[in-house]
Design a binder for this molecule. Structure first.
Ligand code: NCD
Length: 337
């Protein structure tokens, strides 16, 4: 695809070569994300960051990624702080905000809303999550992480066996990741969820049509037994009609060190888009896994910076200029990465 000036709304806009290109650019961002070099390539550019749903890492990492490329960030968070609370349409908001920004990252609770906004925007829009629909930058950082974890274990994505566990009905990260995996035809996928929270049928069908081997199950122990990656998810309580309904499923699947030791193959990678729900009645990924070297959740968040920097560099067409606007850092940076 042509990245310069394009919106990033769905993983379905990518072909395999596009994903590989994004990953190559992400690799080139390592010295900057790891604070060895500073670049000012986006000096003067403005990111409009509009998050109308709770977000910590997606919002902050989009902002930090833009800052690391030398640009500035203007933030709007929550409907209550925006003119949408006064009845303004997405169309008008998009026309206005795209006059103030060079690129926009947006999250919104309604499926399809970010695409509607993008259609009226004068600058590229990156979907930071639209309801339970899609979260393309998360799927890219997840796949980037899968690739690097498998490479470290002498395997590659085409041999991937992955179990996705939890709320597969409302989780947009697993929706986007599943669609992205369709580019890798020989992948094996185990979908572990309560009956009521199964992966939408059309996504399962899409995976099967792409040649993936897909098994659906409601049993955690069997589901995680023969895979390279366990991708755990939070019950998306904000998408249920009541918290009491979400409570029916919260805590249904809990991965802890004991279950891991007894049921997973050695070195199975543990992933989660975060936030994990660490309240006592949930704990889908227990804190007792924190010292397990196969827990990749914080490698995922670090990789998110690389992937989001790559997306900005691509849509603003500065990939080949990044290193030309660089210098070494001035401050102490050792030990973090
Ligand atoms: C996810 C999301 O917002 O979809 N979080 C994230 O962006 N890393 C997952 C979640 O909220 O459970």
């Amino acid at each position: 695809m042509q990245f310069a000036g394009s919106h990033i709304l769905s993983v379905q806009q990518f072909e395999r070569g596009d994903v590989e290109h994004i990953f190559d650019v992400a690799d080139r961002m390592v010295p900057y994300a790891h604070r060895r070099r500073v670049t000012r390539v986006l000096d003067g550019a403005i990111l409009g960051s509009m998050f109308f749903e709770p977000s910590t890492r997606t919002r902050v990492s989009f902002g930090s990624a833009f800052n690391l490329l030398g640009g500035e960030v203007r933030e709007t968070t929550g409907f209550e702080n925006s003119a949408i609370a006064k009845g303004e349409s997405l169309y008008d908001t998009a026309r206005v905000l795209s006059g103030y920004s060079d690129v926009i990252a947006m999250r919104h609770p309604a499926a399809g809303s970010v695409a509607e906004f993008a259609a009226a925007s004068r600058v590229p829009v990156i979907n930071g999550g639209d309801g339970s629909n899609e979260h393309p930058s998360q799927a890219l950082l997840d796949l980037y992480t899968i690739r690097s974890e498998l490479t470290a274990r002498g395997r590659d994505i085409d041999q991937l066996r992955i179990a996705m566990v939890g709320d597969l009905r409302y989780g947009r990260t697993v929706h986007s990741l599943s669609k992205l995996l369709c580019l890798f035809g020989s992948v094996q996928v185990v979908l572990v969820s309560p009956q009521e929270l199964r992966m939408p049928g059309e996504i399962v069908q899409e995976m099967r049509e792409a040649g993936l081997r897909v098994v659906e199950s409601d049993a955690l122990e069997a589901g995680i037994a023969n895979v390279d990656i366990v991708y755990s998810t939070r019950i998306q309580e904000e998408r249920f009609s009541s918290l009491a309904e979400a409570d029916l499923y919260r805590g249904r699947y809990r991965l802890n060190q004991s279950i891991y030791t007894h049921h997973c193959e050695p070195n199975t990678v543990i992933m989660h888009p975060l936030p994990r729900d660490s309240r006592d009645n949930a704990r889908e990924l227990d804190d007792d896994l924190n010292d397990n070297p196969n827990l990749a959740i914080f490698r995922q968040t670090d990789n998110g910076m690389l992937v989001r920097m790559a997306l900005f560099a691509l849509v603003l067409d500065v990939v080949d200029q990044v290193d030309r606007h660089a210098r070494d850092v001035n401050w102490y940076t050792a030990g973090r990465f």
